[in-house]
Design a binder for this molecule. Sequence first.
Ligand SMILES: *Cc1c(COP(=O)(O)O)cnc(C)c1O
Length: 340
Amino acid sequence: MEKKDIDWGNLGFGYVHTDYRFVSNYKNGSWDEGVLTEDANIVLNECACVLQYAQTAFEGLKAYTTEDGRIVVFRPDLNGERMENSAARLKMPVYPKEKFVEAVKKVVKANEGYVPPYGSGATLYIRPYMFGSDPIIGVKPANEYQFRIFTTPVGPYFKGGAKPITVRISDFDRAAPHGTGHIKAGLNYAMSLYAIVDAHEKGFDENMYLDPGTRTKLEETGGANIIFITKDGKLVTPKSDSILPSITRRSLVQVAKDYLNMEVEEREVMLSELSDFAECGLCGTAAVISPVGKIVDHGKEICLPAGMEDMGPVTKKLYDTLTGIQMGRLEAPKGWVVEI
Ligand SMILES: *Cc1c(COP(=O)(O)O)cnc(C)c1O
């Protein structure tokens, strides 16, 4: 398929209309087969459950072109599995992960012209989501649902190198104990908007959230998990029931163990330990790893030894190895890179 006339290197992270999206409807207890449509608009009743009670969850992954010219997606089965868990927690019908992966492939194939070329740094971002669509006024789950996937080309996350960012320890919480922090629910983002706008107004790039129960342990940021590198080169990543299980973080843990022979600790990480670490990074699909140079805890600045100029050396090795696997420059573990 002919590539669209897009200036790939100068794309930002914003919505760009593409040709096709996938839609499947749930009614009378079952999902229909689903279709690709050119219609980007949704018409809903004013009382749709999603509008009144935020019954919605989403996923995010990307398609890109490998060094040898294949169009691939990274571990879509894990996005499908996570969406199953999100749906179950919000009392939505599960869209089976096998069908999820098929639908992702279909919609990427249909929008092949929007998949950026290798080397551009750009990707085709894929956004699956599901919501309760019929009118609900008494608080209960909807009876009807829509599962959709749209795609949008997005530019390179780091233009001109990955500059370390400054984060603050947040006084807001992102998840309640035994709440919904571990699922990708829209509601987790709605309530984080106040905190992120406030952080930006005060000159910080991100909020680092503490555990909601005791506020003494580190959890994650609004949209990325955290990894630390100790001074003796171990990878440490917080473990908690209220963290969203990032696919990037889980992949980095495996890369650290199997490709780089590193020791890995998945455990509770205390706020008081911060000054012991050599490097810190935020991990998620969009950036893979964003290096953190400085963490500000109520006026007290913790400057990571890796500094504010470049990614730390161990973080860089992790980043290069995982992106090497994704781009087909290094051999991938079985099932990680799925061809369209
Ligand atoms: C999506 C998300 C992540 C990153 O997950 P990936 O699967 O790596 O993209 C991390 N934290 C939160 C809160 C998220 O919503």
